[in-house]
Structures are given as C-alpha cells and as structure tokens.
Design a protein around this ligand. Structure first.
Ligand code: PMP
Length: 453
C-alpha cells in the first residue's frame, strides 16, 4: 500500500521526469494506479471496492496506448464523443492556436470570435428554425438549461403552473438533478433520491424497431396524458430515434413527427436531447432530421468538440428565446466557463472536419461494416439481439454482464469496449476501418463465448 503523502511526492516526480511517450515501468504503473484508487472517484464506482483502471499514456487515431505498452482499438469513441479519432492534428492545432491568444475570458460582458463562429455554424447545421444558442459545460447542464428555458418560457406566457416534464421511460439525460428526474426511473435511481427529485410524467418507451409500424395506441397514450395534464407540463423531452444509455433502443422516427404535432396541439414544448445522437452518429447531422422535425429546444454536447474539451449547447427558436426575453426578462443561467474559447475553437475545427466528409456515405459504410462485424454474434445462444443503426452497433445479451469480469477480457483482446447491463455496444470513431470493426466484432464474439459459452 502506498501512503498518500509519499505517493503524492512520487507522483510529482514521476509525472515531471517521465516522458509520456516512453513506456512506464511496471512498478510505477502499480504505484500510480494504487494512488488513483485511493484518491479518485471514477464514474459509477465504489471507493471501498474500486474497479481497476487502466493507465493511459497517449491516444492517437483509433488507438488508446496503455502505459504498460498494450494498444487498444477503441470501440466507444470515449463515450461517443471522439468522432474523428484521438489527437486529430487539425483540432489539436486549433486548440494550440487559440491557447496562444487566450484560453479563457468570462462570457458576461465579453465575447470572442470562436464562440460567434460556432454559434453561427450550429444554427446553420441544425434543423431550420433553431436560431439562438446557449453554451454550457456538459451534456447534463445543457439539459438543465433546456428544462429551465421551458419553464421560464411558460412563466412569461402567464402559465407559471407549467413546471413539469413528460418523457418516455428508458431515457437518459444526465446525472444532475433536473436531468435525473427525466431519466428512466430505475436507471436514474429515482428511489434513492425520491424526496429531492421532481416527479415527472412517464410514458412507455416508444416501441422498438426503426421500421416497425406505428402503434396508434402509443400515440393515444401521449395524447391522453396531455389531455389530462398539459396545463402542468412545460415540455416533452426525448432522445430522438435512439434511446442510448437507457437501453440502446432504436424506434421509428415517425413517432417523433407525430408526438411533435401532439405537443403543438397541447401547448407543450418539444425538447430533443441529441447529446448522444448529434453530429452524424445516426447518418444524418441530427437524428431529428430522420423525422423532418424542428424541436423547440435542442441539446448537443459530447461530439461537439470532437470529444476534445467539454462543451455543450442548448439551441432554441425565436418563440422561446424572445418569449423569455419579453418585458425585460432575462434567462437565469450563466456558467463561469460558458463558451470557453478553447472548447469553441476545438468545436469549430471538429465541425469543419465533419463538413469535409460525405456524411451519409461515411456513416452508411460504417453501418454496413458494423453489421458485418457483429452479425456472427447472432449465432451465440446467450445473445438476445444484434442491432445496428448508423455508427451504432449493439449486441444485447439475455443476462447482464459483470463489468469487472468482462472488462479485462476485452483489454486482453486489444480492444476498448465498455458494456453496461445486458448491452455490449460499439459507437466507434467515424475513422474506424473495416479491419478495426472486425477486430472489435471478433473480440465481442470471443469474449461472450468465453464467459457464456
Ligand atoms: N443526454 C444524453 C442523451 C446522454 O447520452 C448523456 C451522456 N451519456 C447526457 C445527456 C449527459 O451528458 P454529460 O455526461 O456530458 O453530462
């Protein structure tokens, strides 16, 4: 066991003296990871039984280079954000250029070119009618901002009682409190936080299947909820076409089109959470484009900066923005690092790269390669379903996996894949080649066979 005091000194010495490109000594790796486990909380982990963490030395293109010399092909794009691969020279250059000018200035009373350029670009590429942009630091905060916008809008319209939200189960919108209140009640752990979380209105998840026929009863359930409660509902919030962290479920985009119309009929705003699906992941710039709808409010994050620096944005239309602003009203939110210039510069470079791709062709090739890579898993009896949509490939098992057991097996196969529950999925960087995807698909096949036979 390394004492914290000694190991902190050790850490300073190690990190300053060590060239990061060099392979780290095994004993150093052990000391660093032990220190990590003593000090640092990782996502969704215990401090008394910490999960193993792999020390990363560098990342480049499709690869994550571990300090012990192993190289992992990445199937996750670091939680779906690193769409152009790691350390893309154009994005790195843009960040360096901006660093040479200034890394940050407050956004209250000051502005800068990277933010203005990014705002203009986001309005240009998002569904027509979204004209106003609010920058924040993370996806969860973008959702908080969207929910506040909806409530504040109705307040200025003389309907202050419209404070609640309607949403389907199996959704995921973030880990902050308002965002958590619209996550799936089970995955979002509503029980544990029940006295703090607002009770929202939950609908069934949209029936699965991109092409499955529309279930009229589902639409009736939405209409019935609004008939009874629209006077207290500020907005409906949904992840368009793909419910991601709540179950990797794909549904027919026509539901979005129909629900948007029902929202309009009942004076309920429509919030699209495209934090996971935005910037091409489903084959169109935004998943809403599959349904030809413009939401009242759109949240983006994750891939906005090509996964380089945390940044999110909440876009809205004139109706909401000017509604909030009428009679001297101001929108009540203003983070310290709003529109951070480095993040905006990274986002501008990322969107330029995205604009240089033939997006539909790129993603349809990826989609076909994902299908080819994952289809063999259908033959395994422990596999319940294999489904792919755009650059998303999912292998759903009958039973949940144990992350602590399965993670090292993937690392042994030279891949970085991070399953949850019953789901082993790939959401790779868009630069993934057929060989990369075959390697990832083979690893999934092999590991499932190993643990489940
Ligand atoms: N909404 C969706 C659809 C997401 O997938 C996520 C993150 N997985 C979030 C919101 C929260 O984003 P962040 O982790 O950046 O707070």
């Amino acid at each position: 066991m390394v004492s914290i005091q000694n190991s902190t000194t050790f850490l300073k010495v190690t990190l300053t003296s060590q060239k990061m490109s060099q392979k780290t000594e095994t004993s150093n790796i052990e000391q660093l990871t032990t220190l990590d486990q003593q000090l640092l909380w990782h996502p969704y982990t215990s401090m008394s039984e910490p999960s193993p963490q792999y020390l990363v030395e560098k990342a480049q293109g499709m690869n994550i280079y571990l300090a012990d010399g192993r190289v992992l092909t990445d199937g996750t794009a670091s939680w779906w954000s690193v769409i152009h691969g790691y350390n893309h020279p154009k994005i790195t250059q843009a960040i360096q250029d901006q660093t040479a000018l200034f890394s940050h200035v407050m956004f209250g009373g000051l502005t800068h070119k990277p933010a203005i350029k990014l705002g203009e670009k986001l309005v240009e590429i998002s569904p027509a009618g979204l004209e106003r942009v609010f920058f924040s630091d993370s996806g969860s905060v973008a959702v908080e901002v969207a929910m506040k916008m909806a409530i504040q809008y109705w307040h200025t319209q003389g309907k202050p009682q419209k404070q609640k939200f309607a949403t389907p189960r199996s959704g995921y919108h973030g880990d902050t409190f308002a965002a958590m209140s619209v996550c799936d009640p089970v995955n979002g752990m509503h029980g544990m936080f029940s006295s703090t979380l607002t009770n929202q209105f939950f609908l069934a998840p949209p029936p699965q299947g991109l092409n499955s026929p529309i279930d009229e009863d589902y639409l009736i359930s939405v209409r019935t909820l609004f008939e009874q409660h629209a006077n207290s509902i500020a907005a409906f919030i949904i992840e368009p076409v793909v419910q991601n962290a709540g179950g990797m479920r794909f549904y027919n985009p026509l539901y979005l089109y129909e629900i948007k119309r029902i929202c309009e009929a009942f004076d309920v705003l429509f919030i699209a959470d495209e934090i996971a699906t935005g910037f091409g992941r489903t084959g169109k710039m935004f998943a809403c484009d599959h349904a030809n709808i413009t939401p009242d409010i759109l949240c983006v994050g994750k891939a906005l900066t090509g996964g380089n620096i945390t940044l999110a944005a909440t876009l809205t239309n004139d109706k909401v923005a000017l509604g909030i602003s009428q009679k001297g009203g101001v929108f009540m939110h203003g983070p310290t690092f709003m529109a951070n210039p480095l993040a905006c510069a990274a986002a501008n470079a990322s969107l330029e790269l995205l604009g240089s791709y033939t997006l539909d062709k790129l993603i349809s090739t990826l989609a076909q390669n994902l299908i080819d890579a994952l289809s063999p898993c259908r033959a395994l009896s422990s596999v319940y379903d294999v489904r792919c949509f755009g650059a998303i490939g999912v292998v759903e098992l009958h039973e949940p996996v144990n992350l602590k057991t399965i993670q090292p097996l993937f690392v042994d196969e030279g891949v970085w894949i991070r399953p949850f529950g019953k789901l082993i999925y790939l959401m790779p960087p868009y630069i993934a080649s057929q060989d990369d995807l075959n390697k990832l698909g083979n690893a999934i096949f092999k590991v499932i066979k190993k643990i489940r036979g």
